[in-house]
Design a protein around this ligand. Structure first.
Ligand SMILES: [Fe+2]
Ligand SMILES: [Fe+2]
Length: 543
């Protein structure tokens, strides 16, 4: 955890120390506390995290409560709650109510920003097994160790900062710890179960969308290899003429000179398309004269699709060379390319329909109203400053457009934005698109846009080197855009300060959450735009 955050929390702790006096935890308070525990115990249903916090708050009146769970040799932050009423106290203040209110809002906003900096994973330390203040928890918080029924250590409940357990309660902490453990462990199990059920539901909804995937290259290769082997040929290729230019779709054992000639890399291409026919060019003729046998040339021309199969034979075989299957093969290649083109058109239509569905979901909340248009505009500008080429730019823009598309799949389960969809949307989104002819960098970018480069992100805890470039760029802007969405009412005199905070948050997260390589460009962009420029980016282009 950064030193700043610790300092910050300590400052708040000192203020709180003055505001509340835990010594006032007397018999009456203690009775209230035990009465509430008895109430929870008498119920069949396990208390929710909020109920547990409210109960613990009777003891501490502290602003931050969180739970770490031990997994292997690390403590993982699994729950976090900020009680903003405990963050500031009106006691003794001479300020006007309105002043106090605005100061409180700012203070809470500051604190919430800082809370984001909490470490999600921390090193395990034997000291955690004891109840008490721990300097290596956060700031100066109390922690209560939690145990499973069999006595195995499970995790810690952390509360604070700078608040001490009431003296008269210390001897009773083993009871408190037992209650806390049983409730929190059960709660975690329930949540895990419902999360698993949610993932299964998502899988059921979007896992079997049918396959429009077509391996054009693979099928072409198969047909070509069949021809080469049956005709005992030396080499061959499947060529498509896209916008009049030859493109190699598949090739086998092609000599470099033949490849160059077919592609027209040195000279004219071997063939040119004239009307409904392919014509051998002069340079093509020269190449062919150098061959022992005239190559087998199987053209396919169909509406807007044209190309040919070219086979360099070693021996002539009248029967085989005239076999009707050769005509069928060139026909099927034409149909293959036609299918691929139609598939692309359909896929674009489907993706655009998904996008409109996503925008409708985003429009339901004031905060997210411009989310994806903002993401597109930010990443496009990033691409220009960073110097991406046209192809990379298209890939990035499409990733930005579709990065949260998984919410569309999640909406089929519940109209409420749930923790489940929050966690599942990268996977759901990539699954929804996995069978469409969309570049893998787009699909993998969607899948990884909530991963952290240090391996502490979701959903798979992938390390930086395994996260594709698209996922890394979207991750930074998911953070940037969220910052503007969460701070939409910044008064003009505060804009500069907020911008500085955003920049330092990003720099702090370099090599932790974000790829270091991207940071200078992101900072440059933010500086160029300024606060209001950023807040407005993408809003006007929103559809
Ligand atoms: Fe997202
Ligand atoms: Fe997003």
């Amino acid at each position: 955890m950064s030193k700043d955050v610790k300092d910050y929390i300590n400052i708040i702790g000192n203020r709180l120390g003055k505001a509340f006096s835990i010594d006032s935890f007397g018999i009456e308070e203690e009775l209230d506390f035990w009465a509430l525990s008895a109430e929870h115990m008498s119920r069949k249903k396990n208390p929710a995290f909020q109920n547990i916090i409210t109960w613990m708050d009777l003891l501490y009146q502290a602003p931050v409560h969180f739970v770490y769970k031990l997994e292997k040799d690390h403590l993982i932050l699994i729950k976090r709650q900020l009680i903003s009423e405990n963050l500031l106290s009106d006691k003794g203040s001479k300020m006007k109510k309105s002043e106090l209110e605005s100061q409180r809002t700012q203070f809470i906003q500051d604190f919430e920003n800082q809370m984001q900096n909490l470490e999600k994973k921390r090193q395990w330390d034997e000291d955690f097994k004891e109840h008490g203040v721990s300097a290596h928890t956060i700031g100066n918080c109390e922690h209560i160790p939690l145990y499973k029924k069999n006595g195995e250590f499970w995790g810690i409940y952390v509360v604070g900062p700078n608040i001490k357990s009431p003296e008269n309660m210390v001897p009773k902490f083993s009871i408190i710890s037992r209650l806390l453990s049983s409730w929190l462990i059960k709660l975690e199990e329930q949540e895990k179960k419902s999360q698993k059920q949610y993932q299964e539901k998502i899988q059921g909804l979007v896992g079997e969308l049918g396959s429009g995937a077509l391996n054009t290259k693979g099928i072409s290769e198969l047909l070509l290899l069949y021809l080469i082997n049956v005709l005992k040929a030396e080499s061959g290729a499947v060529i498509e003429y896209a916008e009049g230019k030859p493109v190699i779709i598949a090739s086998n054992k092609l000599k470099e000179s033949h490849l160059k000639s077919l592609m027209g890399l040195n000279d004219d291409p071997m063939y040119v398309l004239e009307g409904d026919n392919f014509k051998l060019t002069e340079s093509g003729n020269k190449i062919q004269k150098g061959l022992d046998l005239e190559p087998l040339f199987l053209p396919y021309i169909k509406d807007d699709i044209s190309g040919f199969i070219w086979i360099n034979r070693l021996e002539e075989n009248e029967v085989k060379d005239k076999h009707p299957v050769l005509g069928d093969i060139s026909e099927v290649v034409a149909k293959l390319f036609e299918f691929r083109n139609n598939n692309e058109i359909f896929s674009n239509d489907l993706v655009n329909a998904f996008y409109k569905m996503l925008r409708a979901i985003e429009g339901n909340r004031e905060k997210t109203k411009f989310h994806t248009p903002r993401m597109i505009a930010f990443t496009e500008m990033f691409g220009m400053i960073f110097g991406l080429d046209a192809k990379e730019m298209n890939t990035l823009k499409l990733t930005a457009k579709l990065h949260d598309i998984g919410y569309v799949g999640a909406a089929g389960i519940s109209s409420m934005a749930s923790i489940g969809s929050e966690l599942a949307h990268p996977v759901a989104g990539s699954m929804m698109l996995s069978n469409l002819p969309i570049h893998e960098d787009v699909i993998n970018g969607i899948k990884t846009h909530h991963e952290w480069v240090n391996g502490k992100g979701t959903p798979n805890g992938m390390l930086g080197e395994d996260i594709p470039w698209t996922g890394k760029i979207i991750a930074v802007y998911e953070y940037v855009v969220d910052f503007f969405e969460s701070n939409s009412n910044v008064p003009p005199e505060k804009e500069e300060e907020m911008m500085e905070r955003l920049k330092s948050n990003i720099i702090e997260r370099a090599d932790v959450q974000f790829d270091l390589v991207l940071i200078p460009t992101v900072i440059q962009q933010l500086t160029m735009l300024g606060w209001s420029g950023c807040a407005q980016l993408g809003v006007d282009q929103a559809d």
